[in-house]
Design a protein around this ligand. Sequence first.
Ligand code: ZN
Length: 277
Amino acid sequence: MALKLCFNEATCMKRSTLEKDLMLCEKYGYDLIEIRLDMLGDYLKRHTIDDLREFFRRSRLKPWAFNSIEDINFCTEKQWQKVVELLRFGCEMSEKIGNPYLVVVPTAGDGMISKTEEEVFEDSVDVLNRLADLAKPYGVKLAFEPIGGPRWCVRSLEQCWKIMKRVDREEVGIALDAFNLYLFDRLNDIDILDFIPSEKIFVYHIDDCEDRPLEILDQCHRLFPGDGVIPLRRITEKLKAKHYKGAASVELFRPEYWERDPEQIIRISAGKARPYL
Ligand code: ZN
């Protein structure tokens, strides 16, 4: 196995808790977990961060990335304060439990449609550098996740890679999400992945989706790996060819799965993802 089996807490977030996800991921043999910051906040109402550190100390399961800090581009002063506050919280908690990565997401909104690629490039380089400066003392790295829908300002792998090349620092890399890239143009541009060194890919979100027109396709149409139309085999082969050995993380935002028993979903996710590792 080259890739490591990882669970992203979004997958069961409506009926589970961090305690439950930890227990079930350990039970079903996951290597890694991506913890949601809101679910961590909820956990901290009942436990301390030392409890969490203790869990990881005696478990096979390890933390990989916190998800996520959203809308980091084109912030007002007030919005930026909120981004920084959440980043500080994520970094402080990361340091305590040995969590290496934090996922950061470009801004979404109707206002983004009129931004030029040049404006988005300049802003992304600026905000990623500022956030990385804040995160560096904690030893935390930032994984920037392009999202292909028209309302997001960084949509494609090519656009993201240009930003990475300019930022050019080891604390900043890419969160490669199969579904979010598929949303851009059905992964017709996936060969760009061949030019990206494996050390720039901080996490791989392995998720599939229904066969629907791109204008309709949305987060709720995600499916277990292998159940949909995304060429996951091709992506995985490309990652293996460049010796990527990080997380392959099942991240599904499917309301139907949210209604089901978390244990069932976590067990099935492991079984569906394993053939790609
Ligand atoms: Zn993702």
